[in-house]
Design a protein around this ligand. Structure first.
Ligand SMILES: *[C@@H]1O[C@H](CO)[C@@H](O)[C@H](O)[C@H]1NC(C)=O
Ligand SMILES: *[C@@H]1O[C@H](CO)[C@@H](O)[C@H](O)[C@H]1NC(C)=O
Ligand SMILES: *[C@@H]1O[C@H](CO)[C@@H](O)[C@H](O)[C@H]1NC(C)=O
Ligand SMILES: *[C@@H]1O[C@H](CO)[C@@H](O)[C@H](O)[C@H]1NC(C)=O
Ligand SMILES: *[C@@H]1O[C@H](CO)[C@@H](O)[C@H](O)[C@H]1NC(C)=O
Length: 838
């Protein structure tokens, strides 16, 4: 147990001394241990810090009865159990040789099938080669132990509450019949989270151990998908289980690299305590790169995405371990949790500007296949994210914490890197061969799991670290490098063979070390950090990346103050399905009609996709006739999916360089206001596409005299801009939404500007007239002069509106401004989805 001395129960040495004496074989379970009686443990109900671990007492003094720990794996035939848990419990009983265990497997499988399945799993998926080397056993002994293990796991079908009654009276009965005292019970919930509450209820009702034996329930993530759902789940569980009975597992906390962080910091307090701060640290990187894609688990993944899948939990935990204050008493879970919670609550609110998200290119195809979706359906779940955090504490003032993770990247690698500032200037060219490292980068890197990396690498430009005696210096090829720096620049140490994280945590749970698990408050604190960001990014389309080595520098990031910017270049191209820019889509099928104009309909996605294709087709004739394509977009929610489609599907095929984007209308608010239509178009589309800056035409609502001041003549300026750039003053395409009151652009019912037949651009208000304008809008003369006008209406909430529009006798544009849209020499098309049309 390198480094983790603090987690050993106080009397662990004693325990080890008695291992031989007690002579209870690991796999002897109840029968044998009852023949070799041990003194009962007087275990207190789960006191923190491991003191509740069953500890055999001086056997000579008063040989009474032995104690048993009952382990119940719910979902015992599932994938996680098969892969890790049964091996983990096998390792546990071999390591804890003087504790007797009874094991039970439960699942929804019928009794007979479940029994068979369990036998198979224990035979095939538990292996002596995976027992830690620290367990002294010959291979023969291990094989024998495995045979016994196979016989000792009892299977119970667990479907209905009655099944729990049967299981637990069975446990109780066994305890009585062999005359053993129960030390405690571990219930491992290896089932989907939605089942937790029901199971916890059953356990509380009928499965609590008698007397002072403890109860521990181990739960797997996901623990909710945002603050509210995490709280809801927590309070539902609290109905049935006490907080100190709940062990939320994050298997990253069982990884050697992660477990090393805090003890290493404590051990090296003298060396690095003084530089572990904003004066000396330039930034901290927490990186988890995966080379695999999400194939095979998209059903789960698509609901979560990279931030919920690994960043909110694993990486946030790691960030806390690097950044929290070192608890004054390392053995006290209270001190530990207090410091961790303090750190998490100091993390500043994260805005969308501080994040960059991506999706590997083949994801959508994999998604369509696994989710049985059509060609035009799409998912915008991020498979990559970079997020910049800041911590408001004196220690971390303005230090960026860059957290980054993604699927299908160039390599599999997880690490935390603390990069120090280096103000050392070398006047003489340093001679590195002679140990002259001062000018080199100063950094400390913790590698987490996998690979042939050392566990910790510390730049030689820093003080030599202290490490536990059990650590070794790995034999690294001198020509290799560590994150780009030559290996000889580092002091490197290896903490030994990486143990399986589940085995490690199963043991921690048995010892009652709750600091290796996630408490409710930390869980909520972590969701509090992530929830606002997830919400802010909900409608931001991820940038697509090719995946694998192809990705190149595409996902490189730049920290600009408090912003995180992606540095990819827009001229980068790669093959995508419809990458032939000149291969225009054909629009097939004869459209229906609506109010004597063309009607295009389908699901919302289909409808939007058709509109996008119309736009693309229109670019062709526009560019060939006058070298540019002028389109006016509205703000509001309606076009968001159109923007998403243009970005996801047409980012590389649409002739953005020749496209000019105008606005149909704008609110009299600053352009960076959330209410600004331009801001919507910018943040949902323009910022992601390679459109020249000079082709973007926001309405001039804020000029010298403020917002929409009549003195500034904003509408005249916009008209002049239209006249200057559009030779015949005819827009190639105008996209409009319709409000429930029939307004289009900002042409509202009964407003005087509805009769204005000359002005291209006007000030407008809502229905209520007021002296200071609240909006700027294109007038009918501009709209009706366009070559193409598309009216997009989607969603159930627009049914009433569409019903109204279906009444063709209804024509009064003063009452219903959309009815005044009638291109004088162009096409009007309606794009109405099924939800709105039926
Ligand atoms: C269990 O072992 C079998 C046989 O070795 C193997 O095919 C299977 O993939 C394993 N299951 C898991 C979940 O690891
Ligand atoms: C540290 O915490 C442990 C566990 O709570 C406790 O037993 C021990 O006395 C504490 N040590 C000090 C110095 O307070
Ligand atoms: C349209 O409605 C307005 C007000 O409701 C009315 O004044 C006007 O005469 C109507 N126009 C037509 C052509 O019916
Ligand atoms: C739109 O243009 C058409 C054709 O010029 C015209 O008939 C119609 O009145 C215009 N609509 C309004 C409200 O000005
Ligand atoms: C109508 O538009 C076409 C092409 O868009 C153009 O050739 C024609 O001159 C226009 N007609 C009028 C009357 O403006």
């Amino acid at each position: 147990m390198p480094l983790f001395i603090r987690h050993l129960p106080k009397d662990d040495t004693k325990r080890l001394n008695f291992t031989g004496f007690v002579m209870v074989a690991a796999v002897s379970f109840c029968i044998v241990s009852s023949l070799q009686p041990r003194q009962a443990t007087a275990s207190s109900p789960d006191a923190p810090g491991g003191s509740s671990a069953p500890v055999p007492l001086e056997a000579e003094e008063e040989p009474t009865r032995g104690s048993v720990v009952n382990i119940i794996v719910i979902g015992g035939t599932g994938d996680l159990s098969t892969r890790y848990l049964w091996q983990g419990f096998f390792n546990l009983i071999n390591e804890e040789k003087n504790q007797a265990f009874h094991l039970y497997a439960g699942s929804r499988m019928l009794q007979e099938d479940g029994e068979k399945e369990m036998k198979l799993i224990l035979e095939r998926n538990v292996s002596c080669s995976k027992v830690p080397a620290s367990v002294a056993m010959t291979p023969e002994e291990c094989e024998r132990a495995k045979e016994v293990y196979k016989e000792k796991v009892t299977y119970h079908m667990l479907k209905k509450p009655e099944d729990y009654v049967v299981l637990c009276s069975n446990i109780q009965h066994t305890m009585r019949s062999v005359g053993l005292k129960e030390a405690g019970r571990i219930f491992y919930f290896s089932v989907p989270a939605f089942a937790y509450e029901g199971i916890a209820e059953n356990i509380n009702k009928v499965c609590r151990p008698a007397g002072d034996a403890w109860l521990r329930a181990v739960l797997e993530k996901p623990f909710g998908h945002d603050t509210a759902s995490a709280k809801k789940l927590s309070s539902a569980l609290k109905e049935h289980l006490a907080e100190n009975e709940i062990y939320r597992i994050d298997h990253y906390l069982g990884k050697t690299g992660v477990q090393s962080i805090l003890p290493f910091r404590a051990l090296n307090e003298k060396n690095y305590g003084g530089i572990w701060n904003s004066e000396n640290i330039e930034r901290v990187e927490i990186v988890m790169k995966e080379s695999l894609d999400s194939k095979g688990r998209i059903y789960f993944y698509d609901k979560y995405g990279v931030m919920r899948d690994v960043m909110q939990n694993h990486l946030t935990e790691i960030m806390a371990l690097v950044a929290m204050e070192i608890p004054s008493n390392l053995s006290s879970i209270h001190d530990y949790q207090r410091e961790k919670l303090a750190l998490l609550s100091q993390v500043d609110h994260v805005t969308a500007e501080q994040a960059a998200i991506g999706q590997y290119e083949s994801y959508v195809d994999e998604w369509r296949e696994e989710m049985d979706k059509g060609e035009d359906d799409t998912s915008s779940v991020p498979t990559f994210a970079g997020v910049l955090f800041f911590v408001s504490s004196p220690r971390w003032k303005d230090v960026p914490f860059l957290m980054l993770s993604g699927k299908k990247l160039d390599e599999k690698q997880t690490y935390v890197r603390i990069v120090f500032k280096n103000s050392h200037f070398c006047t003489v060219t340093p001679n590195y061969a002679e140990g002259d490292h001062a000018c080199r980068q100063k950094q400390i890197i913790f590698f987490i799991g996998s690979g042939n990396h050392p566990t910790i690498a510390v730049s030689r430009a820093l003080r030599k670290p202290q490490v536990p005696k059990s650590w070794s210096i790995p034999d690294l090829d001198p020509d290799t490098n560590i994150l780009g720096s030559p290996v000889k620049d580092f002091y490197a140490y290896s903490a030994g063979v990486e143990l399986d994280a589940y085995s490690v945590l199963i043991k921690e749970c048995y010892h009652g070390n709750r600091d290796k698990f996630i408490g409710s408050s930390e869980l909520v604190a972590s969701w509090d950090i992530w929830t606002p960001l997830l919400r802010a990014l909900e409608d931001v389309p991820p940038m697509r990346y090719p995946g694998g080595k192809e990705t190149g520098r595409w996902l490189d990031m730049e920290i600009q103050g408090r912003r995180l910017r992606s540095c990819h270049k827009n001229d980068r191209t790669w093959n995508i399905e419809d990458s032939n820019r000149f291969g225009m889509p054909s629009i097939s099928g004869i459209p229906d009609t609506f109010r004597s104009n063309n009607l295009y309909t389908g699901s919302k996605e289909d409808t939007v996709s058709l509109l996008a294709k119309h736009l693309l087709v229109a670019t062709q004739s526009a560019i060939s006739s006058h070298g540019a394509f002028h389109v006016a977009f509205p703000g509001g929610n309606t076009p968001e999916m159109l923007f998403l489609h243009l970005f996801l599907r047409m980012r590389h095929t649409f002739p953005w360089r020749e496209t000019h984007v105008w606005l149909t209308d704008e609110r009299c608010v600053p352009l960076d206001s959330e209410l600004s239509n331009f801001n919507v178009i910018y943040s949902k589309l323009l910022r992601y596409i390679p459109i020249p800056y000079t082709n973007i035409h926001p309405m001039p609502v804020q000029l010298a005299h403020g917002l929409c001041n009549l003195k500034d003549g904003g509408p005249e300026l916009y008209s002049a801009e239209i006249k200057r750039l559009i030779p015949d003053q005819r827009f190639d395409f105008v996209v409009l939404g319709v409000g429930e009151d029939g307004h289009v652009a900002s042409l509202f019912p009964h407003h005087e500007i509805l009769v204005d037949k000359t002005n291209f651009v006007l000030f407008s208000d809502g229905a209520v007239q007021s002296s200071s304008p609240r909006r700027m809008t294109l007038g009918y003369s501009t709209i009706n002069n366009s070559r193409n006008v598309a009216i997009l209406i989607t969603g159930e909430r627009k049914r009433f509106l569409v019903e109204k529009l279906k009444q063709t006798h209804f024509k009064n544009a003063t009452e219903f401004p959309v009815l005044g849209v009638a291109p004088n020499n162009g096409t009007l098309s309606w794009f109405i989805d099924h939800d709105a049309l039926v």
